[in-house]
Design a protein. Structure first.
Ligand code: LFR
Length: 489
């Protein structure tokens, strides 16, 4: 039996998942789970990167204690955030979390130096305030100049384990610094940031072997013998690899977690004028593909409501309360930047409803219902845009990730988009991470086979649309809400 471990760290939690394949079926076992989140200090938001690294070691220790002495290992995390290293490989700074407000207004400042059209034509990446381009522009210039290396978060975690510096492509593309045509860092964008190419390691493709865990770590912590394999280190890239294959129907996906990433996998980028206007992104995928998708504010909205409500209810309970609340009463334009990192999400949602003359949600159930209804409506709007931009009608929507567990949201989505929703697997990110390892060992021939196996090994729930008599009126209200708010691209 070959053992494979996916280290998968999202903005709200991390886990080490053991994957094994037998008789054409893939099994998962969670070895270790830990919480994640950024903390605010003196007005800035930071991740605790040392804690995350220690949790990886703890998880590997557990694996060893459970009898796993040899395995392969891949790491994925959220995107865009970075670590600066000095020439000795020491970290120069605390790791900013992408919701930090230091990038407020930076996009507009950079637009005065280089036009957004030009940046999009070069990179194909959607405009998000937290793209690494804008974060680096906002970074202390002296510190940046002094940095010997700039590693993205998963690259840094691999470095801490192995001592090897990499720059994995699926994640590197989210920096908004890669040139699509040249498939390399864009010289003009680097010079705008006064950066040198050598400050980034050479681009690394998923599947590359990165060596093993440093001996001193292995001995100190009693870790298994791990062959480190370069995963598709951007969690969304791994999640897309973990989407089960659809043979005869044209499908789009939503990777549903802290963010809802709605899109399709393409073998070519679509960095057209229309795609730029609609603010769709072309993030690089494994095997030369592109994730043509849109960031939608996602479950962050409900995560924040739950946190501010002192975690009185579980997510499942919030969904139950939402199911009991009246539907389609109050709607929010989820993608309005006001929801990116407000001081108080509950108050921000209430304010948005009051400003647009809608009933103000009071209870956790009403707040949750407002969020789920609004997310389902935004999925419909962006799905329509996606079809137009790709010229490809979508017959079925595949929801993967934690959000696939939210039966209410999945059903509302099917109702609103008027198409079948296929929900699952929830662990698509870990599965995509493992797929690269299984292809490396030859246990699986290619990504198509991996996706077929994933589809067979995990329960996929179908949601069929129910008739919605008030749909026309609802869509008109949704349109009107966006005309007023003018927010959210
Ligand atoms: C999802 C995700 C998105 C990215 C955002 C910030 O976890 O990686 O793809 O846009 O987080 O990194």
């Amino acid at each position: 039996m070959n053992y494979h471990i996916a280290v998968d760290i999202g903005a709200s939690s991390g886990r080490l998942v053991l994957g094994t394949i037998a008789d054409g079926s893939l099994s998962l076992e969670e070895i270790h789970r830990f919480s994640n989140g950024f903390t605010e200090r003196d007005g800035s938001c930071f991740w605790d990167i040392d804690y995350l690294f220690e949790e990886i070691l703890r998880g590997l220790q557990k694996a060893k204690a459970a009898g796993i002495s040899k395995c392969t290992l891949g790491i994925d995390t959220w995107a865009v955030d970075y670590v600066l290293l000095d020439a000795e490989g020491k970290r120069l700074q605390e790791v900013y979390a992408y919701r930090d407000r230091r990038t407020d207004g930076v996009m507009e400042e950079v637009a005065k130096l280089i036009s957004p059209d030009k940046v999009y034509a070069k990179t194909g990446i959607q405009q998000l305030t937290f793209n690494t381009l804008y974060q680096l522009y906002a970074h202390d210039a002296k510190e940046l100049a002094a940095a010997d290396q700039i590693l993205l978060v998963p690259d840094y975690l691999y470095y801490r384990l192995s001592g090897r510096k990499i720059n994995e492509v699926t994640n590197a593309s989210t920096t908004q610094l890669l040139n699509l045509a040249e498939r390399e860092y864009d010289a003009e964008l680097l010079s705008l940031l006064k950066l040198r190419r050598e400050q980034f390691a050479p681009l690394t493709e998923p599947g590359e072997v990165l060596g093993s865990i440093k001996d001193e770590l292995k001995q100190q912590y009693d870790l298994p013998d791990c062959e480190l394999i370069c995963a598709a280190t951007h969690d969304t890239a791994s999640a897309v690899l973990g989407v089960p294959v659809q043979d005869d129907r044209s499908a789009a996906y939503i990777s549903s977690g802290t963010w809802s990433l709605l899109g399709v996998e393409l073998d070519h980028p679509v960095n057209t004028e229309a795609a730029m206007q609609a603010n769709y992104t072309n993030e690089w995928g494994a095997f030369g593909t592109y994730r043509f998708l849109k960031n939608i504010m996602g479950l962050w909205l409900i995560q924040e409501v739950r946190r501010l409500d002192r975690e009185r209810y579980s997510f499942a309970e919030l969904a139950e309360l939402a199911a009991e609340a009246e539907g389609y009463l109050s709607l929010i334009p989820c993608n309005d930047p006001r929801f990116l990192n407000p001081d108080n999400m509950i108050e921000e949602i209430r304010l948005a409803c009051a400003e647009s003359g809608q009933p103000v949600p009071q209870t956790p159930g009403e707040l949750a219902r407002c969020i789920f209804d609004s997310l389902a409506l935004s999925y419909r709007s962006y799905l329509g845009e996606l079809e137009q931009l790709t010229g490809r009608p979508v017959e079925v929507l595949q929801i993967v990730g934690g959000g696939a567990n939210n039966t209410l949201l999945c059903q509302l989505t099917a109702d609103i988009i008027g198409r079948e929703v296929l929900a699952g697997p929830t662990e698509s990110t870990a599965l995509g991470n493992l797929a690269i390892q299984l292809i490396h060992t030859g246990e699986v021939a290619d990504i198509r086979e991996a996706r077929t196996i994933i589809g067979k090994s995990f329960k996929i729930q179908s949601y069929l649309p129910r008739p919605l008599p008030q749909l026309e009126a609802l869509l008109a209200r949704w349109e009107a809400l966006h005309a007023v708010s003018a927010g959210g691209s």
